[in-house]
Ligand binder design. Structure first.
Ligand SMILES: Cc1cc2nc3c(=O)[nH]c(=O)nc-3n(C[C@H](O)[C@H](O)[C@H](O)COP(=O)(O)O)c2cc1C
Length: 206
């Protein structure tokens, strides 16, 4: 497999700075892996269905290996995207100190007992294979430095991905975007430096 799943969840769509940085990451990935195939999921342009009573009931009655209930079809499609890919790239804004609602809905469709994780006496164990995962987080305020705001996004998303079985996670922040052009340029540079340090980008790009 040489497939990347790219999930993005910004109301600004392709104009979001996080989306533009993700494009640079994907371009660098294509240079390294000419055979790379991309599955792209835009959670704002193609919103997922809200959770229904049937979904909640099917979620807890599903057992490993069973044919899934019709209410789980969309969930199955999203899980299959994860199963068919061996790299994950997520770009999203921070909304109210945590993940945006569109990404939370994706989480509620893919984190499924007896499908993507099992519960045991030792805790939850993920059933998906680990894969290199880059998470690009855009924020109006600061997340690092002298006076960072509360950040529930990073620990929450880390726990969610760990629950699925994904441990190899790298967060990169585009922060301070509400403070005007110089701050945005600074955030762009810092995020690229973090990606270069992580070996995701090889050099700075405009
Ligand atoms: C509903 C909403 C909630 C937000 N909450 C936060 C927040 O808690 N912390 C923060 O730093 N920025 C917050 N922002 C600002 C966005 O994170 C910021 O505008 C970011 O640059 C948007 O990134 P994007 O261009 O990728 O959508 C919020 C924006 C919206 C629309």
């Amino acid at each position: 497999m040489d497939n990347t799943l790219f999930i993005h969840a910004s109301p600004h769509g392709k104009h979001a700075l996080g989306y533009r940085l993700a494009e640079k990451v994907l371009a660098a990935e294509r240079l390294k892996n000419h055979s790379m195939r991309l599955i792209e999921r835009d959670l704002l342009a193609a919103p997922l269905s809200p959770l229904t009573h049937r979904y909640a009931a099917a979620l807890v009655s599903h057992n490993i290996g069973e044919r899934p209930d019709a209410a789980l079809i969309e969930s199955e499609q999203l899980i299959s995207e994860l199963e068919r890919t061996d790299r994950l790239l997520i770009a999203m804004p921070m909304h109210n100190f945590s993940v945006p609602a569109a990404l939370k809905l994706w989480i509620d469709h893919v984190v499924r007992i007896n499908r993507t994780f099992i519960a045991s006496a030792e805790g939850k164990q993920g059933l998906l294979q680990d894969r290199p995962t880059t998470v690009l987080v855009s924020a109006g305020g600061m997340l690092q430095g002298d006076n960072p705001q509360p950040n529930f996004l990073t620990p929450y998303l880390t726990l969610i991905l760990n629950t699925l079985g994904i441990q190899d996670i790298h967060f990169v922040y585009l922060q301070g975007l509400a403070f005007g052009e110089p701050a945005i340029a600074n955030a762009w540079r810092h995020a690229q430096a973090a990606l270069i340090e992580a070996g995701v980008l090889s050099h700075e790009v405009p």
